[in-house]
Write a new protein. Structure first.
Lengths: 491, 444
């Protein structure tokens, strides 16, 4: 796989002088959108400081500046109905905001001072550190079994790797964090070399140049190598069971994927993923077999790129670009009596995908879908701008064009070859969020028959398939299954 | 065309009270009533290639009047994907897939919306298939029973979040007779009994899935004339119904109420303070004034936010919700409290904030800042065709026309500090108050 850096920007980029990169999408809209991206993130958290990147970003977007308190900033933004939002991922931190052009000057003045002249106040730090700890312990571990399962899966796959902790950090590291840690992170990583300024909408002539000049105040920094290490290989199936008091059982299943946008097999795998489990759409194979036919849960999906907050949104947020991705299956919570059968059904379907691939008619239909659906991903100017910046990261043309051109050349053989090459149904990481994990573990390890009982008659083909699924062997070994109390997950 | 729409958007958000009146909903839309009672609202936008269709059924959990039948409006949201004799679910899905469509649905207290967003060349296909399922939905008892399990699965995935429980208890405590007593999801016991209610499901469909309850909204790269022709072609034969629902009226609340939820797992505490609020109106000032109070009193620019979130840091989230409802609903202030010991203090601060509006006049400049916030917030939300259609849907369910947005924003503009005080005295009263708290258990 080729090493990527932010190579030459070709789209609407300001030519000439060194300094920050600028991606522009000028237009006649009365709205102006900013995406200020720094090519750094949780993967660059210092070893003993997981959470430093995200907390630094929070201090900029949700704290005061040197001259204004946070309260003054909030009050200044309020009449404009504008905000500065921050998103920290492994390799990108993005600050986003949209303002009406009426308020552009006032908004930009605030945004600029927030990002270039932060206040580093103790009271902001304490509030935001509390927010981060509560996000991990309460919002994620306590109140959202599905997102919890997904994040634990990433942490398990990337254990010992720069991606191996939640973006927000760990509870103990956050509690030990200091303002100086954040100032150091800011100084080291919020540099011109890491900066991409994204602008879209009806901003006036000369504005992009002005923003670029203002942000040239940041330290120059040095460009990255663009190399992120491979995660450890997985041998056998490794299971993390998260014990918590909850009604139902949630699963996330995955393994590292050595394919990303721009790689030869990316379009093929995107078609495979869409066929198998298009996010929040009912046409996917997993959804059809687990939910539609069997009523096992609310939905079942598959991913080849990081897609946080999936239960709240239909399209992925841009600016989560990464050098390393995983293949992932998301099984939404199932009733405990059907938990074993549901897991086996998912494994059966994954095995079938890997063995049989797509039929020609499935391929044609899915290719058609992906080629049109891509229009919806960039339906807002903000999303379009985000995709442009991501395309620069991956070194590909504008995403819609890239995908449509790639799909036009794609064959069903390409897709099935890519599936065989990159996907598998063994050597997995599995995360289970459930109550009474010990009992569930015993049951799953015993590999006993788990027949499904329905509340209505099913067609013979389903009943016949159930006979296979109820005995589907899970190759789990007791030593590879660990049970973790939920309180300790982000410790 | 493109240019005109852009100018309209610009004009709309610049419409501050000092300026001449301008429209909050900036799009020139076409509204047409068919003979069978169906209404079509077509909204051409300047966003190219994409079209978004929202089909609004003026039926939500409010319409679930029979005991034991909570959750049926939402169940229908699921059943509508179970096909017809001519278009079975597999064909429906395959066709949507070929259109590259994003399709889904949602249900609220007052309405159910089915939405599909796709490339413009597939408009006829989508309108044809939607017309078919609205008129000829046909599911077997076996499919019905399977789908009820997906609804149970949805309850399960929501159940990890204490907020779902807090709202369930808040509604149940605040209302006695009106169907707002239950959430849209419904009571768990009713969801578990759904598999046995096939016959009732047909009754529900027969009552409410009728043209006089439905408005079709088409926004995006379309023309009004072509869209009207297509809707006439595929929806024109749909037969009008005759059912009229009688929703039990809620008696006036005669005293404050409280309740508490013991959440079985560790979590931060929550507190909800609710007052009875009026039904949606785009004529009277009551609802508009309460909307403004929700921002004046409890938004991130409010005094209570400064005190509890920024300075004392006892609360990490506070907001007020005065969402639009067909019938009188609730003005609710919600806060997440970091330490259980602070719950009473936070409750008192919320109540004192509400009381403050009854005593003192809000500064005029502050009121203007909130009005400005609402205008810009509304305009910034209309940033793609799907958002335009969805925004229209939120108002169409109330008055069957986007025009109500323009009237509502005119009412906002007319609200004075004196109006705020009058409305606070009328609604933010102790006798109409319900307070529910939620605290978590200890870690194992």
């Amino acid at each position: 796989m080729k090493a990527l850096a932010m190579a030459a920007l070709t789209v609407g980029m300001l030519a000439g002088a060194p300094g920050p990169k600028v991606v522009t999408l000028p237009g006649s809209s009365p709205l102006v959108t900013f995406r200020i991206v720094f090519l750094t993130g949780a993967a660059e958290d210092p070893a003993a400081k997981p959470g430093a990147a995200a907390l630094t970003a929070a201090m900029l977007a949700r704290g005061g500046t040197r001259e204004m308190s946070y309260k003054q900033i909030v009050d200044a933004l309020f009449p404009m109905a504008a905000a500065v939002a921050d998103q920290t991922d492994k390799e990108m931190i993005v600050f986003t905001g949209t303002t009406h052009v009426d308020n552009l000057e006032a908004y930009y003045t605030l945004l600029r001072s927030m990002l270039l002249d932060p206040g580093w106040r103790k009271e902001d730090f304490e509030r935001l550190r509390d927010d981060a700890v509560n996000f991990l312990q309460v919002s994620l571990a306590g109140n959202n079994d599905e997102e919890l399962g997904k994040e634990v899966l990433y942490n398990a796959i990337y254990a010992g790797h720069p991606y191996g902790h939640d973006n927000v950090g760990t509870v103990s590291a956050l509690k030990a964090m200091t303002i100086e840690d954040l100032q150091r992170f800011y100084k080291d990583h919020f540099t011109q070399a890491n900066l991409v300024i994204g602008l879209a909408g009806g901003y006036p002539k000369g504005f992009a140049e002005r923003v670029k000049a203002d942000f040239s105040k940041l330290a120059a920094g040095t460009a990255k190598s663009g190399v992120v290490a491979e995660p450890k290989a997985i041998h056998g199936t490794h299971v993390t069971m998260v014990e918590k008091n909850t009604r139902s059982v949630a699963y996330s299943i995955g393994f590292p994927l050595d394919v990303r946008r721009g790689d030869a097999d990316y379009p093929a795998l995107l078609v495979a993923q869409s066929y198998f489990g298009q996010h929040r759409e009912s046409g996917g194979r997993l959804f059809a077999r687990l939910r539609e036919v069997r009523g096992l849960n609310y939905g079942d999906y598959a991913y080849i790129e990081y897609f946080p907050r999936g239960m709240f949104g239909f399209e992925p947020d841009p600016n989560l670009a990464r050098h390393r991705q995983i293949f992932q299956i998301w099984i939404r919570p199932v009733e405990p009596p059907t938990a074993q059968f549901a897991l086996r059904a998912a494994m059966f379907e994954l095995d079938k995908l890997v063995r049989d691939g797509l039929r020609a008619e499935d391929f044609e239909r899915t290719r058609l879908f992906v080629g049109k659906y891509v229009n919806l991903l960039t339906k807002t100017k903000s999303a379009e701008l985000g995709y442009r910046i991501d395309s620069e990261f991956y070194g590909i043309p504008e995403y819609n064009t890239y995908l449509k051109q790639s799909l036009a050349r794609l064959t069903v053989e390409d897709v099935n070859r890519a599936i065989r090459r990159h996907l598998r149904s063994t050597d997995l990481q599995v995360v289970v969020v459930a109550k009474d994990c010990a009992a569930l573990k015993t049951k799953l390890l015993a590999n006993e028959v788990s027949p499904m009982k329905y509340n209505s008659p099913k067609p013979p083909e389903v009943m016949a398939e159930d006979k296979i699924i109820e005995r589907w062997p899970l190759d789990w070994k007791a030593d590879d299954v660990r049970v973790v109390p939920v309180e300790r997950v982000f410790e | 065309m493109i240019r005109i729409v852009c100018l309209l958007v610009a004009a709309a958000v610049a419409a501050l009270p000092a300026n001449a009146p301008r429209k909050a909903f900036p799009y020139a839309y076409d509204q047409h009533d068919f003979a069978n009672g169906l209404r079509l609202v077509t909204i051409p936008t300047d966003y190219p290639n994409v079209v978004s269709v929202f089909i609004v059924v003026q039926t939500g959990s409010r319409n679930e009047i029979e005991p034991g039948k909570s959750g049926f409006a939402h169940l229908f949201e699921h059943l509508m994907f179970r096909g017809t004799a001519t278009v079975p679910p597999e064909k429906y899905q395959a066709t949507l897939k070929a259109a590259g469509a994003a399709s889904n649905a949602f249900t609220t207290d007052d309405f159910t919306a089915y939405h599909t967003t796709f490339s413009k060349e597939d408009l006829e296909t989508v309108l044809r298939m939607e017309a078919d399922r609205f008129q000829h939905l046909d599911y077997t008892p076996a499919l019905f029973r399977t789908e009820t399990l997906a609804v149970l699965g949805e309850y399960n995935k929501n159940s990890a979040n204490p907020i779902s429980k807090l709202f369930e208890v808040l509604r149940d405590t605040a209302f006695e007779r009106h169907t707002y007593k239950h959430t849209t999801m419904g009571f768990l016991r009713d969801i578990q009994d759904m598999p046995n209610q096939f016959d009732y499901s047909r009754t529900f469909f027969d009552r409410y899935y009728r043209p006089e309850y439905v408005t079709v909204i088409v926004a995006g790269d379309v023309t009004a004339e072509a869209t009207r022709g297509l809707v006439e072609k595929y929806w024109g034969e749909w037969k009008r119904g005759s059912y009229r629902v009688e929703i039990p009226q809620e008696p006036a609340q005669a005293g404050p109420r409280t309740n508490h939820v013991d959440w079985p797992a560790p979590t931060l505490a929550w507190i909800g303070v609710a007052f009875r609020s009026p039904a949606y109106t785009d004529v009277d000032k009551d609802q508009a004034a309460l909307d403004l109070i929700s921002f004046l009193g409890f938004s991130e620019s409010s005094e209570i936010y400064r005190k509890l979130v920024i300075e004392e840091q006892k609360v990490d989230l506070i907001r007020a919700d005065n969402s639009d409802h067909v019938d009188p609903g609730l003005f609710t202030v919600l806060a997440r409290v970091k330490k259980d010991a602070d719950i009473d203090g936070v409750r008192d601060a919320i109540v004192a904030t509400a009381d403050g509006f009854k005593d003192q006049l809000v500064p005029a400049a502050r009121l203007e800042a909130v009005k400005k916030h609402l205008r810009y917030s509304f305009a910034l939300g209309l940033n793609n065709s799907e958002a335009v259609a969805q925004t229209a849907a939120r108002y169409v369910e109330l008055r069957r026309t986007p025009e109500t947005v323009n009237r509502l924003y005119e009412v906002y503009d007319s609200v004075t500090p004196e109006d705020i005080r009058t409305v606070a005295r009328k609604y933010l009263v102790t006798d109409g108050r319900t307070i529910v708290t939620l605290t978590g258990g200890k870690a194992k």
